[in-house]
Design a protein around this ligand. Structure first.
Ligand code: IPM
Ligand code: MG
Length: 361
């Protein structure tokens, strides 16, 4: 019997609906396996701006640091799009990643057989499957580099800078190689070393880390080529290791290959066991409050949390099996309903998965 404190950052748009569904599933796990999960609900993003005047109140950081793990819905929406950069909801997410020291963002992109029809790729490109884990550096690079405004010969200039230290690259590289050891033992490190100085440092640091993992193959690839290879031959990839900016872009591309962005979870990790777990998709303000969002990515993020942060492996497997069972039964939220099955809403999907958690043999 375990007892864990979980901070739930509901956020904006569909955030509250999808995190509610995940809580229902966590409660089912708690009851089946005799655990206690204690939830708190700190504010982040647009909701925090509206109620406290800032996207990441100090009380939210404190609460997250006191918790054993954090589950996040999503942040952002058109209502806050015209605010200054440091006041936008997205700044809340970047701030909590940084405050918690979560430098490695792990984003698996897996093609589910039942949903092959949802992939935009042709069948013959998919014949060897898609099973890629993107490991994205999360607290450095151009997202956190020096930025500002200055005057230039052509007038006002805005700038953002990409900077990486050897240490920042090495620590995220270790995580990528360790994940690869548990998979197909291949790391593709993606950079732009033909142009960027920061990428040349990146490549050299990754090559040094690779020497500690003799059983893992390292391939270096330029980011433009990687964008192309992902749609040409996705089966060549196992773990993709890359910078914050390139990882933001490539992880969306990899997720889309599976056609099921509503199904993919991600985790953000640092040195300890405390992580932040969230769906890969965003806050979908256009469908917020309509009970049509797909809660599966958030439910699978909660599943990832149980094994990665709490060491509860059977419980993770139980949620994953429950999701598979409900999909196999043909239940579909609207985003994946085009491919057969019975249409259900967000709440019903969550309830069905919770029910399966309680009743799986
Ligand atoms: C992501 C998102 C965020 C990012 C935004 C919302 C700040 O796109 O998690 O990929 O760029 O990291
Ligand atoms: Mg993104």
């Amino acid at each position: 019997m375990a007892n864990h404190k979980i901070a739930i950052l509901r956020g904006d748009g569909i955030g509250p609906e999808i995190t509610n569904a995940a809580i229902g599933v966590l409660d089912a796990v708690a009851s089946r396996f005799d655990h206690t999960f204690e939830y708190s609900f700190p504010l982040i993003g647009g909701e925090a701006i509206d109620r406290e005047g800032a996207p990441l109140p100090q009380s939210t950081i404190d609460e997250c640091l006191k918790s054993d793990a954090v589950l996040l819905g999503a942040v952002g929406g058109p209502k806050w799009d015209n605010l200054a950069g440091h006041l936008r909801p997205e700044k809340g997410l970047l701030g909590i990643r940084s405050a918690m020291g979560l430098y490695a963002n792990v984003r698996p992109a897996v093609l589910y057989d039942e949903l092959k029809g949802a992939s935009p790729l042709k069948n013959d490109i998919l014949k060897n499957g898609v099973d890629i884990t993107v490991v994205r550096e999360l607290t450095g690079g151009i997202y956190f580099g020096e930025r500002g405004y200055k005057d230039g010969p052509l007038g006002r200039v805005a700038y953002d800078t990409e900077a990486y230290s050897i240490k920042e690259v090495e620590r995220v590289a270790h995580i990528a190689f360790q994940i690869a050891q548990g998979r197909k033992k291949k790391v593709t490190s993606v950079d732009k070393a033909n142009v960027l100085e920061s990428s040349r440092l990146w490549r050299a640091a990754v090559e040094r880390v690779a020497k500690d993992y003799k059983d893992v193959e390292l391939v270096n690839m330029y980011v433009d080529n990687c964008a192309m290879q992902l749609v040409k031959n996705p089966a060549q990839f196992d773990v993709i290791l890359t910078s914050n900016m390139f990882g933001d872009i490539l992880s969306d591309e990899a997720a889309m290959l599976t056609g099921s962005i509503g199904l993919l979870p991600s985790s953000s990790l640092g040195d300890g066991k405390r992580g932040l777990y969230e769906p890969i998709h965003g806050s979908a303000p256009d469908i917020a409050g309509t009970d049509t969002a797909n809660p599966i990515a958030t439910i699978l993020a909660a599943a990832m949390m149980l094994s990665t942060s709490f060491g509860l492996y059977d419980e993770t497997a139980c949620i994953e099996n429950a999701v598979r069972k409900v999909l196999a039964k043909g239940l579909r939220t609207p985003d994946i309903a085009g491919f057969g099955g019975r249409k259900v809403g967000c709440e019903k999907m969550g309830e069905e998965i919770a029910h399966a958690v309680l009743n799986l043999k």
